[in-house]
Write a protein that binds this ligand. Structure first.
Ligand code: F6P
Length: 541
């Protein structure tokens, strides 16, 4: 029987009405074992969704919705290399990069294998000091020059898995603001610094500006022109352009159009990861992602981690009408997770029309934000607990995250679990009155102490912040993002919205350089012209 998505939509709307003023705590009172059912797990991850505002009616309808939208088939199609990036006519084969379904893609699998072999050889030579700079000294530092998907993933992983005995110190430069590169280079030795220029297109202005200035920095330090190429590696689809820029072909690693930038850390785009952490760590990262891929291929929706994550977000945004999704990792090692997930989810699903161009009937991606616990508790949690905004959240809870002082780690864990509980139970009017009375508060002042709670959220437990577990977590979010796109009927793999800003910047730049430039400044509004001229006067002395 084909389950009708429209009928399920009505069921979920009715279920939403049923749950209208229900408290999550009451759902626990009615079924103290709900946490045993409302969870799914894979490869060191446990997604506990028992603190979501759902009951069996909702859960069952969501699972049926997964079938109605054929989510399992959609994933099989992605892994098989179907043209899931419809507007650009491309597959999205980031799963192949970590060895999933290699048998379905002999040619591309061979290309991936060759690229990984070249990466491993390069990494080994660099770690052994066999590949050196112009003074024939071994490199000590690697600077990744890239932005967006050519920066955020490797930056996050290198920081999350950093160890004191790093074979090379990794640094990341993304912004065109010269401060970014200058601050990074200030403490580095040009003779012992390697640059990896990461750009699928090899046209990204920020990356080319930083690469140009890095080259100038080496030249200013005395690097002979013929030896400059030894200090650069490139990762790009445009090897010819990289060679013309000055990077020898042997030092250019490939990436392909069938890999989206924000899904590319598993490829040579992630070269900084094995350079900084060692080859075995990179292999473990790939292994963890591959295992999660397999889990996603094999598991029925109710036990499928990414499918359940997607269904829960769909329930939150479409039916509970939450507009933002907070990711709150309780581990300093995961401090860059949210930055990475922002591009992954919002550049993928920040869309307003379907793949056929129809305006969407409801909101697409929520705004994803957040930061490490416990820091956020001293910043924006007040709004979460007593503000007027609804939100959903993933509290990421590693059981092991590095070593370090056990009492301090125990405190971190207590806060993570405390916030999850506080999101659910809040503080009732009676409790507020009791506390207020002890402080001599009047009735109005007692109401300042009330906390509504009842905020739906997932508690995502990780065995540990290890390469393998992290690979699984990232793959889970990648597939969650894709499943949401299928549920919404949108393309997760293009990003036409980012082109406009670049085009307008090109018309403004001449005005900044030459006051009253001959550009068609009438195409600009008077406010922009005024600000541009102010900048010109402040800078172009
Ligand atoms: O933000 C737009 C974007 O194209 C991203 O999708 C991409 O990750 C980033 O810019 C960098 O692009 P490239 O790797 O081509 O330099």
């Amino acid at each position: 029987m084909t389950i009708d998505a429209q009928a399920l939509h009505e069921q979920l709307r009715e279920a939403r009405a049923e749950l209208g003023h229900q408290q999550i705590t009451a759902l626990f009172d009615a079924d103290p074992q709900r946490h045993e059912r409302y969870q799914c797990q894979s490869n060191g991850l446990v997604v506990d969704f028992s603190k979501h505002l759902i009951n069996d009616h909702v859960w069952q309808s969501l699972i049926e919705l997964a079938s109605a939208h054929a989510l399992p088939d959609a994933f099989t199609a992605l892994v098989a290399g179907h043209c899931v990036n419809t507007s650009e006519g491309r597959p999205a084969l980031h799963t192949l990069l970590r060895g999933t379904a290699v048998e379905q893609h002999p040619e591309n699998a061979a290309a991936v294998h060759d690229a990984l072999a070249r990466m491993e050889t390069l990494v080994t030579r660099l770690h052994k000091g066999e590949d050196t700079g112009w003074t024939e000294q071994a490199f000590t530092d690697v600077v990744n020059i890239g932005i967006g998907g050519s920066d955020l993933g490797p930056r996050f992983i290198c920081d999350a898995l950093k160890t004191p005995e790093a074979p090379l110190r990794a640094h990341f430069v993304a912004n065109v603001d010269p401060e970014d590169l200058d601050r990074t280079l200030a403490s580095l030795d040009p003779a012992r610094t390697l640059f990896v220029v990461c750009s699928k297109s090899f046209t990204t202005e920020e990356t080319l500006s930083n690469a140009r200035r890095a080259k100038a920095w080496l030249q200013a330090a005395g690097a002979p022109p013929n030896d400059l190429g030894q200090h650069f590696l490139a990762v790009t689809t445009q090897v010819t352009h990289a060679q013309q820029w000055g990077i020898p072909e042997a030092r250019c690693l490939p990436i392909w159009d069938w890999v989206g930038g924000r899904y590319s850390l598993w490829s040579a785009m992630g070269l900084a990861i094995p350079l900084a952490l060692g080859w075995s760590a990179f292999e473990a990262l790939l292994r963890g992602a591959r295992a999660l891929d397999q889990h996603t291929l094999e598991s029925p929706p109710a036990d499928n981690v990414p499918i359940m994550m997607a269904l829960l977000e769909f329930w939150q945004t479409r039916y509970l009408s939450t507009n933002t999704h907070a990711v709150l990792p309780y581990a300093q090692r995961l401090q860059h997770l949210t930055d990475f997930l922002q591009q992954l989810t919002m550049e993928s699903n920040g869309k307003r029309v379907s793949t056929s161009g129809e305006p969407l009937s409801s909101d697409s991606a929520p705004v994803l934000w957040g930061s490490v616990g416990t820091n956020g508790q001293h910043s924006y949690y007040q709004l979460l607990h007593q503000g007027t905004r609804s939100f959903s959240a993933d509290i990421i809870f590693p059981l092991i995250s590095g070593g370090g002082d056990l009492p301090a780690r125990r405190s971190l864990a207590a806060h993570a679990l405390a916030q999850s509980r506080a999101f659910m139970v809040g503080r009732s009017p009676d409790e507020a009155k009791e506390i207020g009375a002890s402080r001599g508060f009047n009735e109005g002042e007692c109401r300042q102490l009330e906390i509504p709670g009842n905020h739906s959220h997932s508690l995502i437990l990780m065995d540990a912040v290890t390469p393998e577990c992290l690979g699984g977590l990232i793959a889970a979010y990648e597939h969650k993002t894709y499943f949401l796109a299928v549920l919404l009927g949108i393309n997760a793999f293009d990003q036409w919205g980012v082109e406009l800003g670049k085009e307008i910047a090109a018309t403004i730049e001449p005005l900044l350089q030459t006051a009253g430039a001959s550009v068609d400044s009438d195409a600009l509004d008077p406010a922009t012209r005024q600000a541009a001229l102010a900048w010109h006067q402040a800078n172009e002395k």
